[in-house]
Design a protein. Structure first.
Length: 82
């Protein structure tokens, strides 16, 4: 089952087919963007994780190719409910 995750600190979105890969991507984002990742003390509470259907994941993949999608995420993060 696919997963979508949203960083509570900056609103960054990640999506992938497996939760294991998603966790690795979340750790990488936190270490690169927020300098908060410590391998012993990683806190998944800084992320909202949502299980989605394959159809929803396909829609996200299509929408993510549009600059308007990312502009909407940046300017109105509450509109994207995760």
């Amino acid at each position: 089952m696919p997963f979508v995750a949203k960083c509570r600190n900056c609103g960054y979105l990640l999506w992938t087919e497996t939760k294991g890969l998603l966790k690795d991507l979340m750790k990488f984002h936190d270490s690169e963007s927020h300098k908060t990742y410590d391998s012993e003390d990683f806190n998944f509470c800084s992320w909202v994780i949502l299980r989605v259907t394959h159809e929803q994941l396909r829609d996200i993949n299509v929408a993510s190719k549009s600059p308007a999608f990312w502009r909407a995420v940046r300017t109105n993060p509450k509109r994207l409910r995760l």
